[in-house]
Structures are given as C-alpha cells and as structure tokens.
Design a protein around this ligand. Structure first.
Ligand SMILES: Cc1ncc(COP(=O)(O)O)c(C=O)c1O
Length: 411
C-alpha cells in the first residue's frame, strides 16, 4: 500500500473533511521552496507549510544546529532547570523585539502563545488588585488559534461555531472609533486589547494601515489597558519588518510569537512582556505566581534552531529578500486586480475573488487548490481569498513561475 492509502486507514487531518477530501500528498523530502512527492513530482511550497517556513526547507545551517543540539541535550523539564538554547534565544529575541519587552515566557505553538497572553493579562490585573478587569476587546475577522481561549478571541466563524458553549464572550470591534467607544463605556473592566498587527491572516489576509496599529496603542494608553500583539504570523519578517509592530513604531505590553520563530522546523511559542507586567507577578505571595506550563516548554532543539534562524537574519540578506519579493508580488498581482481586491504586504500577496458566497466554505477554494496543485504549486485558498506566501528564500524566477501559474489558473 502506498503512503496516502496507509494514511487514510489510520489518520485524521486538521481542517479536513475526511469523507470528501482528496488523498493527502505524500511528501518524502523537501529542499528550499520545493516539496518532493513519493511518486517523484516536485511542488512549490507557496504557503510556507502553513506560514512557518522562512529560510527554505532542509537548510544546511538549521540542520546542523538541530543535529548539534540533539547530540548535547534533547529536552529537560523547564520548571527548576534551564539550558543554554533557552537563555540564548531569549537574550537574542529581547535584543530585536520592540524596545521595552523584557521577559520571555515559552510555550509550544501559536495558540498557546496566545493563551498565555490572555492568562497573563487577566492575572496581571488580579495581582494588582483589579480582578474586575477581565474583558477582552478584539477585532472583527480575527484569528488567534484553536484552543478555547484563542478561539474565544477569534471571529465567530465556521472554525469556532460548534464550540460556542465552551467559549467566553469578547467585544469585537471594526474601527478605532468602535474601540474607543467600548473602552469608554467599559471603564475599568477591560483586561486587554488583542490585535494581529498590520495583517489579519486566517480571517482573509486583510492588511491594516500602520496608523491603525498606532491608534490602538494610543487608545490602550489613554484607557489604561494592556495591548497584546499577536505576531504569530507576522513575526520574523513576514510583513517586511522584523516585527509588524515596527511599522507603527509601537511596543505592545505583550507579544505572541511562534511559526517562523523556529523557521518552520519545530513547534515553539513565545509570549514576551514588559517589566511592568512581569513585576506584578513577583511577590512573596505564592498565589501571585503564573501557574502555567507545558511538558515541552522551551524545548532545547526548538530553541537551538530559533537561535540559528536569527543568525541567518544577522548574516544574510533575509529582509532584503522580503523587500525584493514584495515588489515582485506587487507587480505580479497587479494584473489580477480585474478579478478582485489585491492586497500585498512584505512576503504575502492575496487576491480576494469576487464571490456570491464569500467565506471559508466558498467551494471555489478547494477547486482552485486542485488546479494549482496540478501545475505543481501548493496553495490553500481561504475560501474566495487566494494568497501566496512562500519562504523568503524563493528566487526571482521561482516566484515569477508561481505567479504565472496563479494567473494561468485564474484568468
Ligand atoms: C495570528 C495567529 N495567531 C495564532 C495562530 C495559531 O497558531 P498555531 O496554529 O501554531 O496554534 C495562528 C495560526 O495560523 C495565527 O495566524
């Protein structure tokens, strides 16, 4: 039996209606932007393997860092122990994160990085003697992950509807004006405002102006509440800056990172915060401790690859590549404007096709995905939103080829 048939007998895939989905693509090897299948085809990874891969697959320097770390220390409990990769990665992150972020808390994926942020915000106010500050304000079309807290903070959608009885209520707003009104009315009850700065990903690749992000910071300051920036997708260059908050020159009180944190190699989450938040947990009173952790917190293999990925940013032209890619995406997607709204930021280009039934369940998504795949391009449209988000190492000719395939299928 081939791999896909064996898979079908025992596995259950994410976001997949197993009854009707096509058989999964068996990938046996990957290098750079290319995935190689069991039957000898090669497919361009146009979604960076769910937005995680930035330097390309099987990068020799990342492979070497991982192998070296595996020989030294594969894992150790992080409550009561520490290790070099965890310390080094935290030091290196604090050097480059927006100024004012001073503490790193590890978890193991994007959703947990958000859960930690929500819990930190609630307990921060509780530890300060303001337990009534427990409401969250989030944005329409938000997506923050699939665990219960992260789902609650996300837009009500087909992703979350079946679980509504598990979730807590949040206030969702569309504009700065709405946000100010909520903050004004809810005096003293808002724990934090949570946003995906500059780019809302799973909600439809929606690009926000930097002034909006700066405006959210101003409102959080004016109404004395915390700002959480979910940079799980945008962190590490995806929007053209190392962190999306840099577009607006702001520092959030809490930032969530994952995905490209390990360049797409291993699961790891970071929730980093300011000394002001951290200090609210420092106490003789043990009840003020942050009681949260995961078995694989600060996994040394993941941290070592994270450090090696930051080395590549230091040594190479990574952000220059993103800038070049951005220009190529702008030029390449321009002719597609006739088909719908085009949005480009950093290494992401999206086309929202005009549709009678917009949304994730728009049948056009899977049909287009199959047509792209036939041409050797892996894309997963979000319903009627087709987007291209390759690893930053993609060459000009590879990107040109991919854009050609997209245009050929759509036009
Ligand atoms: C902005 C944002 N936050 C959180 C998450 C959740 O991350 P994970 O899938 O690693 O749980 C995602 C995943 O796409 C995301 O885009």
């Amino acid at each position: 039996m081939n791999l896909a048939d064996r898979d079908r007998a025992v596995l259950w895939h994410p976001y997949t209606q197993m009854l009707t989905a096509p058989l999964p693509i068996p990938i046996v090897r990957a290098e750079g932007v290319w995935l190689y299948t069991e039957d000898g085809r090669r497919i361009l990874d146009g979604i960076s393997s769910w937005w995680v891969n930035i330097h390309g697959h099987s990068h020799p320097k990342l492979n070497a860092a991982l192998a070296a770390q595996a020989r030294e220390l594969e894992h150790v409990v992080f409550a009561g122990c520490t290790h070099r990769p965890a310390v080094e990665l935290a030091e290196r992150l604090l050097e480059i994160l927006p100024q004012g972020l001073a503490r790193v808390f590890y978890s193991d994926n994007g959703s947990t990085a958000v859960e930690v942020a929500l819990k930190l915000a609630i307990q921060y106010w509780r530890n300060l003697g303001e337990p009534n500050r427990r409401a969250f304000i989030t944005l329409n079309n938000a997506y923050h992950g699939d665990t219960v807290g992260a789902m609650s903070a996300s837009e009500d959608s087909v992703f979350t509807r079946a679980f509504s009885t598990l979730m807590f209520r949040v206030d969702r707003v569309r504009t700065l004006l709405d946000m100010e009104e909520r903050l004004n009315n809810a005096a003293g009850s808002v724990a934090a405002v949570l946003i995906e700065p500059m780019l809302q990903g799973a909600g439809g690749m929606i690009v926000w102006p930097a002034e909006f992000v700066a405006g959210v910071r101003r409102l959080c300051d004016r109404y004395n509440t915390l700002l959480i920036a979910d940079e799980v997708l945008t962190g590490f260059g995806r929007t053209g800056r190392m962190f999306a908050c840099e577009h607006a020159a702001i520092t959030p009180d809490i930032i969530c990172l994952s995905k490209a944190l390990t360049a797409g190699y291993l699961p790891l989450g970071v929730t980093a915060t300011t000394s002001a938040v951290y200090d609210a947990f420092s106490s003789d009173d043990r009840a003020k401790t942050f009681f949260h952790g995961h078995s694989y917190t600060a996994n040394p293999l993941a941290c070592a690859v994270g450090v090696a990925s930051l080395d590549l940013f230091r040594g190479g032209n990574v952000l220059a590549n993103v800038a070049r890619l951005e220009q190529q995406l702008r030029d390449g997607f321009e002719p597609l404007r006739a088909l719908g709204d085009v949005r480009v930021i950093g290494g992401v280009a999206a086309l929202e096709l005009v549709s009678d039934k917009p949304g994730y369940l728009d049948q056009i998504g899977p049909r287009l995905a199959a047509a792209f795949l036939e041409r050797g391009l892996l894309l997963r449209p979000l319903g009627n939103v087709v987007y291209f988000m390759p690893p930053y190492c993609i060459t000009e000719s590879e990107a040109a080829w991919a854009i050609e395939q997209i245009a050929a299928v759509l036009c």
